[in-house]
Write a protein that binds this ligand. Structure first.
Ligand SMILES: Nc1ncnc2c1ncn2[C@@H]1O[C@H](COP(=O)(O)OP(=O)(O)O)[C@@H](O)[C@H]1O
Ligand SMILES: [Mg+2]
Length: 234
C-alpha cells in the first residue's frame, strides 16, 4: 500500500531525515518508534505533503505522492491523525466529524459516515452534541481518529495516539486500533509507547536522529533489551 524510499528532509541548514525507507503492506499495522525529536512527526508530515522532501519517494498504491499538495494526498487516501488530539474544541462532536469529511459533499454519504463512526466509537455517540472541549483526553483522541476516518482513508497515519492517556484508556485505544485493523485499514502507527506498538503492530521500525536504526517484528521489541535501552531510553 505504502512504499517510502530514501526520504531526505531538511529544515533550513539542518538535515532532519536521512535515507528513510520502509513499507506498510496492505491491511497491516506498522509501528514507527523513537524518542522525542527523532523525526517521527516529520516523517508523517512529509508523507501527507505538509513538508517537502529534498529527495525520496512516497508511493501510495503505486502512485507517487512526494511533491503533491496536502489536499491532493488526502484525496488519494492517505490521512494523518495529528499529534496532541487536535480537535476543534468549541465545536460539537458531530461538527468535528463533518469537518473531517470536507472533501466529500454528498449529504447521505456524510450521514452514513457519521453513523459509522458512532458505531465504531460508542462513547462519541453518547456525547455527539457535546462540545469537543468538554470530552476527556481519551475521548478527544478517539474523536481525532474518527474525524480522520471521515475522509475515508486507505492508509491512516496516527501520531502518538496513546500519549498522555492513563493505562486503562491506552488499552481502549489499542482495542480501537485493532478494530480498524479488522476493517482492513492500513495503518502507520507512530508511538513512543513500546507496549502499544508491540500489542497492535505487525512490524516496527525504530528511528534515531532521523535514521532507521532497527527494524523487526513488533512483538520482538519487548524482548530486545538492546533496542529498549539504546534507542527507546528504557
Ligand atoms: N518546523 C521546524 N523547523 C525546524 N526544526 C524542526 C521543525 N519541526 C521539527 N524540527 C526539528 O526536527 C527534529 C524532529 O522533530 P519531530 O519530527 O517533531 O520529532 P518527533 O515527532 O520524533 O518528536 C527535531 O530536532 C525538531 O527540533
Ligand atoms: Mg512528534
Amino acid at each position: 500500500m505504502l512504499a517510502v524510499a530514501h526520504l531526505n528532509v531538511w529544515y533550513g541548514v539542518t538535515e532532519i531525515l536521512r535515507d528513510v525507507s520502509f513499507d506498510v503492506p496492505d491491511g497491516r499495522i506498522v509501528a514507527l518508534l523513537g524518542g522525542n525529536g527523532s523525526g517521527k512527526t516529520t516523517i508523517l508530515n512529509t508523507l501527507t505533503g505538509l513538508v517537502k522532501p529534498r529527495a525520496g519517494s512516497v508511493l501510495l498504491a503505486g502512485e507517487e505522492c512526494a511533491g503533491l499538495r496536502a489536499d491532493q494526498i488526502v484525496r488519494k487516501g492517505m490521512v494523518q491523525v495529528p499529534q496532541g488530539r487536535e480537535v476543534f474544541q468549541s465545536m460539537s462532536v458531530v461538527e468535528n466529524l463533518e469537518m473531517g469529511a470536507a472533501t466529500r459533499r454528498d449529504r447521505a454519504e456524510l450521514r452514513a459516515g457519521i453513523e459509522d463512526m458512532m458505531g465504531l466509537f460508542p462513547t462519541l455517540a453518547r456525547k455527539s452534541r457535546q462540545r469537543a472541549g468538554s470530552l476527556s483526553g481519551g475521548e478527544q483522541q478517539m474523536l481525532a481518529i474518527a474525524r480522520a476516518l471521515m475522509a475515508r482513508p486507505r492508509c491512516l497515519l496516527m501520531d502518538e495516539p496513546s500519549a498522555g492517556l492513563s493505562p486503562v484508556v491506552v488499552d481502549t485505544m489499542i482495542d480501537a486500533i485493532l478494530a480498524l485493523h479488522r476493517r482492513g485499514l492500513t495503518i502507520l502507527l507512530v508511538e513512543q509507547n513500546v507496549g502499544v506498538a508491540a500489542a497492535a503492530a505487525d512490524s516496527a521500525h525504530v528511528l534515531q536522529n532521523g535514521e532507521i536504526a532497527f527494524s523487526g517484528p513488533a512483538a520482538s521489541l519487548l524482548d530486545n533489551p538492546e533496542v529498549l535501552r539504546s534507542y527507546l531510553g528504557r
